[in-house]
Write a protein that binds this ligand. Structure first.
Ligand SMILES: [Zn+2]
Length: 74
């Protein structure tokens, strides 16, 4: 998978899914921080379809604006 800001990330936190780590294909959008874990084993076609769809969903995703810390008195 090689598309823009959507990456395959095995190092980050994962949703509490009942799968062994080796049975997970975690994907992450670096823009909105969304994570998706594809359960393995699955067919290459399935993985391709899901990852492609995931990339498509996040294609227009904007990076989260880095806002300054909110002022509690404001
Ligand atoms: Zn996104």
């Amino acid at each position: 998978m090689k598309d823009e800001h959507v990456v395959c990330d095995f190092s980050g936190p994962r949703p509490p899914v009942l799968l062994a780590p080796e049975n997970q294909l975690p994907m992450q959008c670096l823009h909105c921080g969304d994570r998706y874990v594809l359960a393995l084993p699955c067919s290459i076609t399935m993985a391709a379809v899901v990852s492609k769809q995931y990339v498509r969903e996040h294609r227009r995703c904007k990076p989260r604006p880095v806002s300054p810390p909110t002022n509690p008195t404001g």
